[in-house]
Design a protein around this ligand. Structure first.
Ligand SMILES: C[S@@+](CC[C@H](N)C(=O)[O-])C[C@H]1O[C@@H](n2cnc3c(N)ncnc32)[C@H](O)[C@@H]1O
Length: 408
């Protein structure tokens, strides 16, 4: 802990312990909106496998497969060389596997294999280690092993066996690998590009000390594989740095459920403990709008189960009407998913606009589904360089986020 304190203190930070949260990162100076609080390289990382990506820079174009292991891709010799020390060992291990078994090597398995290989290389002094760049930090990570259900434990045990099969180290401890999988699940971060598209997963020693808030004062972004934590508001000296682990646009019930299932804690941030009306909040964020365009009311199911009643003007919206619009949206979304191809922007824009139109008819103006559709449109419009329309959609998403802040 003392070594860790020394490593962060020059950056205006301190590590502390809170009884209800465990370790946390505190500020020892003021940070202002936009200011970088922390930058850190991953201890280990891997690209995801939805599309092939370079192991060095996560690029998805002009790739060549490693001819030996046939698992890892590179965009060129620069990335291949930069990754070589670690991949040399990984390559030998993966090449030993039967072809069929290699298909089971998911990004999570690779991340674990790399964690062990990096530890070995640092122990043998083939690569340098420092307080914030050594395997010692893994020991201090929370694992929540005791909170896992039997199904999850069996899965981690199976994954640990595969790691054992790949590494073939006789002294390896299977229980420790399974526990490390549990640690990765609540401490690793999804690496995204600047438009928040997921590219891979990485474990960042100091970033993994930062706790969650549904009203965070900082945001975690990525510049390539480097993590950057920036202040989103003034953070006074002595305050706890917090980021959002999950999508915070959701209702309190949805957020609490996700945090409990994935991170095993009950959030007590100002948004969660505020005396809120959870039924009204869910009805606005996840429910339907009043049939009357001029009314801004939210709907609740009526007692006779005929449909949904507007809580402002009392108008009934029938179950059949809601069902019809929901199935139209589902049909377009299914078609969109089926025919989604990277170059087909025009078609995607037209499909999402149809979904938006139906959602405007069905959902409350602050609905999360509507906001998500607009965010999708914003991303595609930026991809095709239609900046004017992208800006218009960007403006449409802002009130939803402002509302979250104002409601607290
Ligand atoms: C990435 S770690 C954060 C650092 C952690 N506190 C530690 O001691 O290493 C995530 C874990 O921290 C705890 N945690 C994070 N945010 C919390 C919060 N707002 N309230 C309570 N516990 C929290 C949970 O146990 C969660 O699974």
């Amino acid at each position: 802990m003392e070594e860790l304190q020394n490593a962060v203190k020059d950056g205006g930070l301190a590590v502390s312990n809170l009884p209800e949260k465990g370790r946390c990162l505190l500020t020892t100076k003021n940070f202002y909106p936009g200011e970088v609080i922390l930058r850190q390289e991953p201890y280990v990382c891997v690209p995801n496998n939805t599309v092939s990506r370079c192991d060095g820079c996560f690029a998805s174009e002009s790739l060549k497969k490693c001819s030996a292991c046939q698992v890892v891709w590179y965009c060129g010799s620069t990335c291949q060389k930069s990754e070589w020390k670690l991949h040399r060992l990984e390559c030998i291990a993966l090449s030993r596997l039967e072809k069929e078994k290699r298909k089971a090597v998911t990004p999570s398995i690779r991340l674990m294999v790399r964690l062990y290989l990096r530890r070995k290389l640092q122990n043998e002094m083939f690569i340098p280690a420092s307080v914030t760049d050594s395997c010692n930090f893994v020991e201090a990570l929370v694992s929540h092993l005791k909170d896992l259900d039997e199904k999850q434990l069996v899965l981690y045990a199976q994954m640990a066996s595969l790691v054992h099969l790949i590494l073939q180290w006789p002294e390896i401890n299977l229980k420790e690998i399974a526990e490390n999988f549990s640690k990765l699940a609540c401490n690793a971060h999804t690496i995204c590009d600047c438009e928040l598209r997921p590219l891979g997963t990485g474990l960042y020693p100091i970033v993994s000390i930062i706790n969650h808030s549904c009203l965070p004062n900082a945001v975690l972004i990525f510049e390539g594989k480097s993590s950057v934590v920036r202040a989103v508001e003034h953070i006074p000296e002595g305050a706890e740095v917090s980021i959002a682990y999950i999508d915070i646009a959701g209702s309190t019930m949805t957020r609490q459920k996700t945090l409990k299932e994935q991170y095993f804690f009950t959030c007590t941030c100002p948004r969660c403990i505020k005396a809120y009306n959870d039924i009204q909040e869910s009805a606005i964020l996840e429910g339907y709008r009043c049939k009357d365009d001029r009314c801004n009311g939210f709907l609740l199911r009526d007692s006779e189960d005929k449909g949904f009643i507007c809580q402002t003007c009392g108008l009934l919206r029938s179950k059949e009407e809601v069902k019809r619009i929901v199935s139209e949206i589902t049909a377009i979304s299914d078609k969109e998913l089926k025919y989604k191809s990277p170059g087909n922007h025009e078609e995607a824009i037209s499909q999402y606009k149809m979904i938006e139109k139906l959602q405007m008819e069905l959902c409350h103006p602050f609905s999360i589904s509507l906001m998500r559709t607009r965010e999708e449109l914003l991303k595609i419009l930026m991809e095709v360089g239609d900046w004017r329309e992208a800006l218009a959609y960007c403006r449409l998403t802002i009130p939803g986020y402002q509302k979250l802040k104002l409601d607290c």
